[in-house]
Design a binder for this molecule. Structure first.
Ligand SMILES: Nc1ncnc2c1ncn2[C@@H]1O[C@H](COP(=O)(O)OP(=O)(O)OP(=O)(O)O)[C@@H](O)[C@H]1O
Ligand SMILES: [Mg+2]
Length: 254
């Protein structure tokens, strides 16, 4: 079997007249931390949406652990081990921090959030969901806020909650969509350390991020999209020096 955990082959996604993702191919190997960068509207979030099953591709293939997953339903893809966060936070503001993270842990067991919050779930599954939730809260520094309403958290904590919920699913591949956006310098540094630590522990990560110093510092490899097309794929120093990448960021013709 190939060492690639995620294989994207000729992937396209069209919205009416717009090719948001245009025949993109790349691989992510097990244990890698890959940065996915590109100017606004480059297609980064759309690529995540297709990989995670929020929308089907218009063409192309996605393989995860050697099996085709393109076009499969989001819940099934999550249960296979791909977890994601959202650029626009998807925290449930009116339930507790604990229950928000439980929603992720429940997904791992094929249980919907609302089913998980109702009484009567069998004891083994409830215990497993609670244990995963407690572990994720601890890891992301949210134990003291477990009973608070998620809507009352500070912005940086809501971003951590989003990652904690994704991690409670027990993924082997984590897709992070702009986790540092809106964080202050100290929070960004802490996040970078956390992402690196998760990777060292064996998690494979794709990181969409506009914070270039962070991406260049922590990623093993960087994939660059521009207007839906992949324009570079390589080690951070090579990507930083690439004329096509520089042109894309300056808005010139490549
Ligand atoms: N559901 C949709 N329907 C129609 N067009 C869409 C949809 N989602 C994205 N687009 C368009 O596809 C293109 C790529 O958008 P996408 O959100 O993937 O970019 P991005 O690289 O994530 O940008 P940003 O850095 O601003 O988050 C944009 O032109 C966007 O307007
Ligand atoms: Mg985006």
């Amino acid at each position: 079997m190939s060492a690639a955990l995620l294989e994207v082959r000729g992937l396209s996604r069209r919205f009416a007249g717009l090719l948001a993702v245009d025949e993109v191919s790349f691989e992510v190997r097990r244990g890698e931390l890959v940065g996915l960068i590109g100017p606004n509207g480059a297609g980064k979030t759309t690529l995540f949406n297709v990989i995670a099953g929020q929308m089907p591709p218009s063409a192309g293939e996605v393989r995860f652990a050697g099996e085709r997953i393109d076009g499969r339903e989001a819940g099934e893809i999550a249960r296979r081990g791909i977890s994601r966060t959202y650029q626009n936070l998807r925290v449930f503001p009116d339930i507790s921090v604990f229950d928000n993270v439980s929603a992720g842990a429940a997904g791992r067991h094929g249980v919907s959030l609302w089913r998980a919050l109702l009484p009567g779930l069998d004891r083994a599954r409830s215990a497993a969901i609670a244990a995963a939730t407690v572990g994720a809260l601890e890891r992301f520094g949210l134990t003291a806020q477990a009973d608070a309403l998620a809507g009352n958290l500070a912005y940086g904590q809501k971003k951590m909650l989003e990652i904690a919920r994704a991690m409670a699913l027990g993924p082997s591949l984590l897709l992070l969509d702009e986790p540092a956006a809106g964080l202050n310098t100290a929070e960004t540094l802490a996040l970078a350390d956390l992402v690196r630590a998760l990777c060292r522990e064996g998690l494979t990560i794709v990181l969409v991020e506009h914070d270039m110093p962070m991406v260049m510092r922590i990623c093993d490899r960087i994939v660059v999209l521009d207007s839906g097309r992949l324009i570079a794929d390589g080690a951070p120093p090579a990507v930083r020096a690439d004329p096509a990448v520089r042109a894309a960021y300056l808005g010139d013709a490549a």
